[in-house]
Design a protein. Structure first.
Length: 488
């Protein structure tokens, strides 16, 4: 790469200018330790200097300890620059780093936005939530599909795609949703997003003005709540019973957005009953509301009859359906989809085109091949079995070792379940003690404010191997005993 250096003043000799400028860049931290500097020949051409002038400057910087030569590779900024050197004042002509940042004018949106971070770089341990079994992902197959796709890629694959995404993937996802999730749609209604988080943002931009009402479950998914709050929505939380979201006694506020997770309620794990689904659709349509159905992990169902999606039951076009490959494959893929009613396609397209234009096309093409060649279906079936077995191990062990103290719910779907504490201590205390023994528990109080949540913890099982589940339960039994009896 070319070096960017401050302009040379007329009265400064060329060697001195080059030496001081490069030194200044290093001291200011713009040329970082380990960076390769261009060769003397390249520098001479770039700055229109004689080779001898450049060689002198570079040699001098070498003597001073700023640059070092590596035989056969070139010249580099010294990797171990002493701290005193880096703290020296920049040379004249360089902008002095400001000590306090200037006062910034922020948008109302930016002022309201709170960060929502889910990424945890540590190796999953008992009982990490929201994660599929990454070690069981067929990486070898994915590599083959990727290599084949790139070898056979037509030039148009590098050109781009429509705002709603790579058309073959939209068709493939449409078929999958119609067959497996009971969704009714055409490929024209399917938008490829970078996961449900983008779908939430997109739906909020299209439908929610500041001050307007958005309903969601209590407890519910914070990643959604924070999007609605950042948009300035008036958030109303409705409790969840064993049939799913309760419909507010007076019905919904006219024209609101209702965000729900009916397949596997986040975080309680309840599957919304058919009766409640029909009541919800009826009540929402009477109040001219739109529903966003978040189907983040309900592909993994272990018991009970598959329940058709809310979108598939909807005859009036009031449900948007959001899904994601974060749980079905792996989270870093960052590919999801949103199904929108046909009459809203234009508006959603206009808004999406202004944000990230379209999802990365090559990733979409690889994913499409992976699904179309049958690998996706096989992986889901295999994982459903593995996760089902892991859930059974968790339930059996919890029953044996924790009975009466921590009751673990037998969920029908998803990657995690909930444990309810029967003793006097609360879940925050339990999670703190568990952390000391290298166990992760998510207190339900993170997801809502209701008093009863203080007794609940979210427990993941899908990404945890049975030996680790065993260790986790043994440790939990010891912690529970300690907290119950107050013994050290
Ligand atoms: C309920 C729920 N919705 C949405 C998401 C976000 O999914 P994505 O990774 O597709 O953005 C998550 C992530 O864990 C989730 O738990």
């Amino acid at each position: 790469m070319d070096l960017v250096l401050p302009p040379r003043t007329r009265d400064m000799p060329a060697t001195q200018w080059l030496r001081e400028s490069i030194r200044g860049e290093i001291l200011a931290g713009r040329l970082r330790p380990g960076t390769r500097v261009p060769s003397t020949r390249e520098l001479a051409i770039q700055f229109d200097l004689s080779r001898g002038t450049v060689v002198d400057a570079i040699e001098q910087l070498g003597f001073e300890g700023y640059l070092e030569g590596v035989v056969g590779s070139g010249t580099f900024v010294t990797t171990s620059l002493p701290d005193e050197l880096l703290q020296l004042k920049p040379l004249p002509g360089h902008v002095q780093a400001q000590t306090s940042p200037p006062r910034r004018r922020l948008s109302n949106f930016a002022r309201r936005a709170q960060p929502y971070m889910m990424f945890d770089p540590r190796v999953p341990r008992a009982f990490r939530t929201n994660l599929p079994a990454l070690s069981l992902f067929p990486t070898e197959l994915w590599t083959q599909v990727t290599a084949r796709r790139l070898r056979r890629a037509p030039a148009t694959l590098f050109l781009g795609c429509e705002t709603f995404g790579y058309r073959p993937l939209r068709s493939t996802i449409c078929d999958y949703l119609c067959n497996s999730r009971g969704v009714s749609c055409t490929p024209d209604q399917v938008v490829i997003t970078s996961g449900i988080q983008e779908s939430l943002d997109l739906v909020t931009r299209v439908f929610v003005n500041p001050g307007e009402t958005v309903y969601m479950e209590e407890p519910g998914y914070p990643g959604a709540a924070q999007v609605f709050e950042a948009a300035g929505a008036a958030l109303k939380r409705s409790p969840v019973d064993n049939e799913g979201l309760e419909i507010p006694p007076g019905g919904f506020h006219d024209g609101s957005l209702i965000y729900i997770t009916p397949g596997h309620q986040f975080p309680l794990g309840v599957t919304m009953s058919i009766r409640r689904r029909l009541e919800l659709l009826d009540s929402a349509s009477r109040s001219n509301c739109l529903i966003l159905e978040d189907d983040y992990d309900s592909e993994f169902r272990y018991s009970g009859h598959p329940v058709p999606s809310l979108q598939g039951l909807d005859q009036r076009g009031i449900v948007l359906f959001g899904g994601s490959f974060s749980k079905m494959l792996f989270p870093s893929i960052r590919v999801g989809f949103l199904v929108v009613p046909s009459d809203l396609v234009d508006r959603v397209e206009a808004v999406k085109s202004l944000t990230n234009r379209y999802a990365p096309v090559i990733d979409q093409a690889i994913l499409n091949d992976f699904i179309a060649e049958g690998h996706f279906g096989r992986h889901i079936r295999r994982m459903r079995q593995v996760y089902g077995e892991r859930l059974s191990v968790l339930l059996d062990l919890a029953q044996k070792e924790l009975a009466g103290e921590l009751e673990v719910s037998p969920v029908q779907a998803g990657l995690q379940t909930v444990g309810w504490i029967k003793s006097r201590f609360n879940s925050t205390r339990l999670a703190k003690e568990a952390e000391q023994r290298n166990i992760e528990l998510s207190p339900l109080s993170r997801y809502g404010t209701s008093e009863y949540l203080r007794k609940g913890i979210s427990m993941g099982f899908a990404s945890i191997e049975p030996t680790e589940i065993r260790r986790g339960i043994k440790e939990l039994a010891a912690i529970v005993e300690k907290l119950r009896t107050g013994r050290r």
